[in-house]
Design a protein around this ligand. Structure first.
Ligand SMILES: Nc1ncnc2c1ncn2[C@@H]1O[C@H](COP(=O)(O)OP(=O)(O)OP(=O)(O)O)[C@@H](O)[C@H]1O
Ligand SMILES: [Mg+2]
Length: 316
């Protein structure tokens, strides 16, 4: 059984007042997330990430399509007690303190009175909210602090599946790393994590698989490494020191598809395939260069993003 199954999910919003028209925010999206996976849901602003997540959390109804979480249809209320959710813009009753809010959620999830206070403290510590802020009213907390409270709230019931809409948003670099570590620790305990983001660096270090949404459609789905390798077409990159790029360039003129670029300490040689590596290395040694590394050229996520974003509105 998959942790999340999304099938042909489609959402039209009605916009305009006098002259109503429909805008398709999500267009036939299908994907599954396996138990224990960290799945990154990517897309530019307005691509439809939040729309899909709101449907999963049954905050809005889909125009077409279905989804299941933990094998249960999304309108199954009992299933929602087993999952956690961080909204894009968490809105809490902000005269409560962080501690009170979490005790309240602990109560909602049926924790006995004596368990609520330690549970709240445990969660606030886990999301690294500084203790001085625990008894502050939420309206006095900074955006990043509120984000942490939101994360703590999503963890109250030890969810099997956790859905996070932009969990790193509003966090400083240290905060982002802490949330990254937190998500990694969730994986270690077997929780399935589905999170949206457009912070590519976070996605690259965390996710088992990603789906890239583009204008409501799923443009890519798969393991990050696979997506990036396919795109780079099997090219390899050789990094060397101790040579001038123009020297190697001349020696490698006969090698089809080789490209040489300068780096601070030497050069970077890109060759078309593994077959060309030996010849390139011999040429580099003849010039007195020293090998630093040979690795597949990986299209960065940013490249995928930019290319997708720049692509004409295809099959529309
Ligand atoms: N309530 C709504 N009514 C009308 N249109 C909406 C509504 N909510 C979202 N949209 C539109 O649907 C599209 C997808 O929006 P959505 O919020 O799902 O994107 P997103 O990928 O979460 O973007 P971001 O990265 O900015 O959070 C956008 O074009 C947006 O304008
Ligand atoms: Mg969003």
């Amino acid at each position: 059984m998959s942790a999340i199954e999304i099938e042909n999910l489609t959402k039209d919003y009605t916009v305009g007042f006098a002259r109503k028209r429909r805008v398709r925010a999500l267009d036939g999206v299908s994907l599954t997330v396996e138990p224990g996976e960290i799945f990154g849901f990517l897309g530019a602003n307005g691509a439809g990430k939040t729309t899909a997540i709101k449907i999963l959390m049954r905050l809005i109804a889909p125009t077409a399509g279905t989804a299941r979480i933990c094998g249960r249809p999304i309108d199954d209320v009992a299933m929602h007690a087993r999952i956690g959710f961080l909204p894009e813009q968490p809105y809490f009753y902000d005269y409560l303190t962080a501690r009170e809010l979490l005790e309240y959620f602990a109560e909602l999830f049926g924790h006995a009175r004596a368990r609520r206070r330690p549970r709240a403290a445990e969660l606030l510590a886990r999301v690294h909210l500084e203790e001085a802020a625990w008894d502050q009213q939420l309206r006095r907390l900074s955006k990043g602090m509120l984000q942490r409270v939101g994360l703590a709230q999503a963890l109250v019931n030890d969810p099997e599946v956790i859905v996070l809409d932009e969990p790193m948003s509003g966090l400083d670099p240290i905060g982002r790393r802490e949330v990254r570590d937190l998500i990694a620790s969730l994986r270690a305990q077997g929780t399935t994590v589905f999170f949206s983001s457009h912070i590519l660096a976070d996605i690259e270090v965390l996710c088992d698989r990603v789906g890239i949404l583009q204008r409501g459609r799923l443009a890519h789905l798969g393991r990050l490494g696979d997506l990036q390798r396919v795109d780079a077409g099997g090219r390899l990159e050789i990094t060397v020191t101790g040579v001038r790029p123009d020297e190697i360039g001349t020696t490698l003129q006969t090698l089809d598809g080789a490209r040489v670029t300068a780096t601070p300490g030497g050069a970077r040689v890109e060759v078309a395939s593994e077959r060309d590596v030996d010849q390139a290395l011999r040429a580099i040694r003849r010039c007195g260069g020293r090998l630093v590394s040979v690795q597949p050229v990986r299209q960065s996520l940013e490249d995928l993003f930019v290319r997708e974003g720049a692509a004409p509105d295809g099959a529309g």
